[in-house]
Write a protein that binds this ligand. Structure first.
Ligand code: UDX
Length: 423
């Protein structure tokens, strides 16, 4: 099939590459010309396992990137993968989405064949119908019956996005008609997993509800962890026992510093705002955020208890990325931890295998080093803020610390007797 993907960011690029890998002909429209250049050279502008390999195989053949809306009028399906960043109050900003819809509409004005516009961006329920549909119809001047509309949320985890695309738990397709749904279903032919057909707003809500549920599991584990720590019980022992119940399942029960990244914090906030606008008080969702916001403060308070004062102390920070296997620091829990430590007068030495450059945008003046060993030398204390597997190998490096105060925000070390933020 001929596919146009609007937005060459994280979701758009991974989706495009995977569609091309299935044999479709894919055009990516990305306004950032530097990104377009990189993609067309087969260089992924983001780090994602397996992406470079697919790009190398498909770019210039059945995958290309461009910054205008030319030569796309005959595409069978359009996927809108632009950002819906949070506005000041946490609600989703839909202006890029509306612009993309309008530009697609203008590009397909004269086309006669049936085409489907699919939203992949995370959007509040009702958006495809109330924002995208009118924008496309107005700009194209075409009649309603000649264009189908779908909403097909993504559930890709950073670092595992290709694997998630190729082996999804489910493919959700919300549509305004059978024809539209069948067209999008055809795009996914060859991808295993159940296809869930829903209404447009239900598909939009499935994305928010899924992310909110996962975020809730994390905050729940953290709250249980905070209680367990007071009682002298190890939360990992507890959640292991809890997770064996098939109704709960063992995933996403890792207590620690809480969730970061580009999705969970933003999506839970957007859902809260959506509820409030509809005169609902989302008590549970608000608590999910509240627990998450407090976990970083907890590790700093615990550190203070252990070393009495943070002022002028050399603190080794191991891990800056919001999780392992990514260079992404968006909403990383390391950001508020570093902020509090700096406020307390700490002398920070930070190490991350991949995310140092990204963190320099937030904290350009920190001392960044090239190995965990270098960060630990002479440190008064060490905080583990990301679950990087390489930290498992650390052992004798801790002997070079001035005092052996180690606190895990993520449980990853293999040495004995280390306490965690809530264990
Ligand atoms: C998430 C969703 O998993 C994905 O389906 C959605 O499309 C986008 O958002 P991602 O942000 O890449 O993916 O990361 P994920 O692996 O889900 O982790 C999110 C955060 O939760 C990380 O900061 C991670 O460290 C934290 N986390 C995860 C925990 O604290 N405990 C856990 O048990 C699991």
């Amino acid at each position: 099939m001929e596919i146009t993907v609007v937005g060459g960011g994280y979701v758009g690029l991974v989706t495009s590459a995977c569609f091309a890998n299935l044999g479709h002909t894919v055009r990516i429209i990305e306004i950032d010309s530097h990104k377009v250049e990189q993609i067309n050279k087969g260089i992924p502008p983001i780090f994602e396992e397996g992406l470079e390999e697919i790009l190398t195989r498909t770019i210039g053949k059945n995958l290309t990137a461009q910054s205008d809306y030319k030569s796309i009028e005959n595409s069978d399906v359009f996927f809108i993968c632009v950002g819906t960043p949070p506005q000041e109050d946490g609600s989703a900003n839909l202006c890029y989405l509306a612009q993309a819809a309008e530009s697609i509409g203008a590009a397909i004005q004269g086309t006669k064949k049936y085409q489907v516009i699919t939203v992949k961006s995370t959007v509040p329920p009702g958006t495809t119908e109330s924002v995208v549909l009118p924008a496309v119809l107005n700009a194209s001047g075409r009649i309603r019956e000649t264009i189908g509309f779908c909403m097909n949320p993504e559930f890709l985890r950073e670092g595992k996005a290709i694997e998630d695309f190729q082996n999804p738990d489910r493919i959700v397709i919300g549509g305004d008609s059978q024809d539209a749904i069948s067209t999008v279903k055809k795009v996914y032919e060859g991808v295993p997993g159940p296809v869930i057909i829903t209404s447009l707003p239900a598909a939009e809500m499935i994305k928010y509800a899924s992310n909110a549920f996962l975020a809730m599991k994390i905050s729940f584990s953290n709250e249980i962890g905070n209680i367990c720590k007071k009682l002298g019980i190890h939360v990992y022992e507890v959640m292991n026992g809890v997770g064996y119940d098939h109704r709960i399942n063992p995933h996403f029960l890792n207590a620690g510093l809480g969730f970061g990244g580009s999705c969970f914090p933003k999506d839970v906030m957007a859902l809260i705002r959506l509820a409030e606008r509809n005169n609902e008080e989302p008590v549970l969702l608000s608590s999910v955020i509240e627990v998450n916001e407090k976990q970083p403060d907890r590790i700093v308070s615990l550190l203070k208890e252990r070393i009495s004062t943070i002022n002028n102390k050399r603190i080794a920070i191991l891990g800056l990325a919001f999780k392992d296997n990514t260079d992404d620091v968006r909403d990383s829990r390391a950001i508020p931890v570093i902020r509090s430590l700096l406020n307390e007068g700490a002398d920070i030495v930070a190490y991350d295998p991949m995310a140092t450059d990204s963190m320099k945008r937030y904290y350009p003046d920190l001392q960044y080093v090239k190995s965990a060993g270098n960060a630990l030398k002479g440190a008064d204390a060490c905080l583990i803020l990301t679950e990087w597997p390489e930290f498992k190998e650390l052992e004798s490096e801790f002997d070079t610390m001035k005092s052996r105060v180690i606190i895990e925000g993520r449980r990853i070390l293999s040495i004995e007797g280390v306490e965690g933020v809530c264990w």
